[in-house]
Design a protein around this ligand. Sequence first.
Ligand code: NAD
Length: 359
Amino acid sequence: MTQQFRITLLPGDGIGPEIIAVAVDVLNAVGAKLDLQFVFTEAPIGGCAIDATGNPLPDETLETCRQSDAVLLAAIGGYKWDSLPRAQRPETGLLGLRAGLSLFANLRPAIILPQLIDASSLKRDVIEGVDIMVVRELTGGIYFGQPRGVFDAEGDQRGFNTMVYHGSEVDRIGRVAFEAAQKRQGRLCSVDKANVLEVSQLWRDRITALATEYTDVELSHMYVDNAAMQLLRWPKQFDTIVTGNLFGDILSDAAAMLTGSIGMLPSASLGASGPGVFEPVHGSAPDIAGEDKANPLAQVLSAAMMLRYGLSQPEGAAMIETAVDTVLDQGYRTGDIMAEGMTAVGCKAMGQALLKALN
Ligand code: NAD
C-alpha cells in the first residue's frame, strides 16, 4: 500500500524557491520508486512572509507545519529586510519556527565527499574519509538562560548571561546523540568545559550516567577548547559529537567548514515528537538569487535527512545520497564547487542530472 506523508515546504527567500523545486522533483522520483506519496503544502516564512503579512512567521505557517509529518525549509533573509527591527526580521521567523515546534536537537553532518576533497582548506590526508555528525542542543544553555541583560553598576556597565541546563535537558539531547551514534560507527564524544563550569560538570555526569543504557556506544569526553583543536588537527578521530547550544554553534560551523563547500551541507532539527525541520546550512544567497546559479545539493541532502531522521525511510535517503554521489562522479558542478576539468551546470541542470541518476 502506498505510504503517504504530508510535507510542509518553506521555500523562503533568495535562492530558496529554486533549490526547493529541485528537492521536490527528487522526492517525487524517489516516492515513485518506493511507493511513497508526498503531499506538499507550501507556506511563507521570512522576508516573503513579511512582504505578504507583515510577520516573518504567520500563524497559518506554523499551524501548517504542526499538521505535517515533516518540514522542508530552504532559506530566509535578504538585503531588503536587513534594516527592519529585530522582531520583524526574517531570522525571527526561523527562531519562532524552532521554538514553535520545540526543536531541541540539531543534527549536522560534515562529510568529506571524495569528489570535493580539493575544496577543503585542509590537507588531503587530514580530511580524506571524514564523516562526523554534530548533535547540538538547540533550545537551552546560555542563549536562553535567565537572568540576562546589561545594567549600570556602580559607575560602570555590566553585561551578563546565564549558562544553565536541567538534567532532563541533557538526558533528552543525550538520547538523540546516543541513538544517532548507534546508527553510525557507535562512537560518541561529549564536549563540555567541565574543568571550569559547574553546568558542564552536570552535563558530563548526566551523559556518563546515560551511557549505561547504550552499551553498544563507546563514550568519550573532551573539553571544548581541545575539541576545536582536534577538529582541525585530526578530524577523523570523531564519529558523533554531542554538545550544548553555545559550543555546538561554534563547533558545528568549524566541522562543516572542513568540507569547504557551504552549498553541500544539510541539517536536521528534531523535537521529542511532531515534525522535524530539514534545511541546508547555508543562507538565501541573495547575490545569486534568480540566476540559476545555486547549488541545490544541500537542499537535496536535507530531503535525504528528512527521509532518514524524520520519516524513517532510510532506503529513500540512501537513494538520494547515491544520486548525489553519482552526479558528482559524472563531473557535474555548480559554480560554488567548480573545479578544472568538470562540467559547469546551473541549479536546474543539476536537478535534471539527479533525476537521471535516480532513474
Ligand atoms: P549565505 O549562506 O546566504 O551566502 C554566503 C555565500 O555562499 C554567498 O556568496 C552565496 O552566494 C554562497 N552560497 C550560499 N549557498 C549557496 C548555494 N546553495 N549555492 C551556491 N552558492 C551558495 O550567507 P550570507 O550571505 O551571510 O547571508 C545571506 C542571507 O541569508 C542573510 O539575509 C542571512 O541572514 C540569511 N541566512 C539565512 C539562513 C537560514 O535561512 N537558515 C542561514 C544563514 C544566513
